[in-house]
Design a protein around this ligand. Structure first.
Ligand code: ATP
Ligand code: MG
Length: 450
């Protein structure tokens, strides 16, 4: 008998032998393999599952590798000194190797079966079954353990439910995931409405994978999304922040943003931005799409993107609208700016949480936009040495690219950065002369009552 067939549930899988798939151990993170080997030598069954296998099958580089096993979380933890049980909704074990974390989950089953499976091996050490639904069908806790075939059915999309085992190097496919991979299709497992009600974030994931993999969302998987998008209201703003980051930093932000808009899901993540975009258009709207494009380009070139910069861009049209309103109220500029920045950020916080360190940085990027204009020697030194200078300068260029006329300010700072100290001084002098001329003209105009 094939070894993995000893595991209950595997008889339901289509098994793809070593020579029938393109996955090789070499492509799997050594630490994920370590986890697999440790679990299997302790007598458990363990598989790599999810995005890791999906991406390898597509010849793409996986972001991470997740492990699924029949060992209970407590049992997994006992095997790894570097293992920690986390999560309340889903109990999982994080096995840490320096910066890398391998996520180990115990096979889960359907809630309806929670009464039948109290003898499941993974339940030996667990006190009390633990599953709960809200009235709307939302899963509140999901720690009901089951067999591998049941675990596959609890996953979101068929292409995310492929299991790889080093025991014979086989791939197990319980729900035609391989076929869907070939057809480039995102298909939800089970009844779409039920699955979205259980966890509305699956709608966001459908969009994310479709944009990232360039896959079509299968008709039944797509149909209910528009109508059920409101379910995102019930998801905590902290989880929505995490999902938003994944959506915006997956390398396909521009396309993802458009899709989110089209499916009405955007309203539950970026309502202030979308409202401002529909009201204002022009350069603030250009800035948003350019920022998303830039984000994708940066990631494609191996550069990093920060949430602070992302929110500074997404909320720029909101800030601009607030600024226009407070100008009408006749507030002094500094005060008007403070209020506008505060309002733009707090409006967004109704939708996604944003950790304070990021909102502070977002505000700084905005605040520096005014400071970049003042080119006295003292101010230039101060701004240049500010830890957010780089982000603020990038943002300035983005504003110019989006069509704002900033009188060559971006070019000035570009020149400044590459100049020797003598040229720097010359640049400062020239800038001040032209600024004074500009001021003089304004005063003259005011004096004439223009
Ligand atoms: P990537 O890591 O590239 O973003 P992924 O598919 O690996 O994509 P993860 O969030 O790492 O996504 O989740 C790992 C696996 O866990 C998924 O492939 C899927 O099988 C399962 N999963 C994750 N989130 C859900 C969910 N909300 N509902 C059902 N299954 C899920
Ligand atoms: Mg993953």
């Amino acid at each position: 008998m094939k070894p993995e067939l000893k595991l209950a549930g595997t008889e339901k899988a289509k098994i793809i032998a070593r020579d029938g798939h393109s996955i090789s151990r070499k492509d799997i993170a050594p630490n994920a393999l370590k986890v697999l080997y440790r679990l299997t030598s302790a007598g458990y069954h363990a598989y790599i599952v999810g995005g890791g296998i999906r991406d390898l099958m597509l010849q793409k580089k996986p972001k991470d590798f997740d492990v699924a096993t029949d060992a209970a979380p407590e049992e997994v933890k006992d095997l790894f000194r570097n293992g920690r049980i986390i999560g309340r909704r889903f109990k999982i074990v994080h096995v840490r190797f320096g910066k890398e974390i391998i996520e180990v989950t115990t096979f889960r089953a359907d809630h309806a079966r929670s009464n039948e499976i109290s003898n499941h091996p993974a339940r030996r050490k667990i006190k009390g079954l633990d599953s709960a639904h809200s009235e709307s069908g939302l899963i509140l806790r999901d720690n009901v353990y089951g067999n591998i075939d049941e675990d596959a059915m609890r996953r979101d999309f068929t292409v995310n439910a492929l299991y790889y085992t080093t025991d014979g190097f086989r791939v197990l496919d319980f729900c035609s995931g391989i076929e869907d991979l070939k057809a480039k299709t995102i298909r939800i497992i089970g009844n779409p409405v039920e699955r979205y009600k259980e966890d509305p974030v699956r709608m966001l994931r459908a969009i994310r994978f479709s944009a990232k993999l360039n896959f079509t969302i299968e008709e039944n998987t797509k149909k209910p999304i528009d109508e059920l998008s409101y379910l995102l209201d019930s998801i905590s703003s902290a989880r929505l922040f995490d999902e938003t980051l994944k959506l915006m930093t997956g390398g396909y932000a521009e396309k993802t943003f458009e899709m989110l808009r089209k499916f009405q899901l955007g309203t539950y993540l970026f309502a202030p931005t979308l409202e401002a975009l529909s009201e204002s258009g022009g350069s603030p709207a250009n800035l948003v799409s350019l920022a998303l494009k830039n984000t994708d380009d940066r990631l494609a070139n191996g550069k990093s993107v920060t949430p602070a910069f992302l929110f500074a861009s997404l909320l720029w049209p909101v800030l601009k609208l607030h600024l226009a309103k407070s100008k009408n109220l006749g507030l002094p500029p500094q005060k008007a700016f403070q209020q506008a920045a505060q309002s733009a950020i707090s409006e967004q916080l109704h939708y996604t949480a944003i950790p304070k360190r990021f909102t502070l940085a977002t505000r700084e990027i905005w605040e520096l936009q005014e400071k970049l204009k003042v080119r006295t020697k003292r101010n230039v030194d101060k701004v240049f040495n500010n830890s957010r200078f780089r982000a603020a300068y990038d943002f300035l260029l983005l504003r110019e690219d989006s069509g704002e006329d900033l009188k060559g300010l971006g070019q000035w700072w570009t020149d400044f950065q590459v100049s020797d100290s003598e040229t720097k001084l010359r640049l400062i002098t020239t800038a001040n002369k032209s600024q004074n001329r500009h001021k003089g003209k304004k005063q003259l105009a005011r004096g004439r009552g223009e």
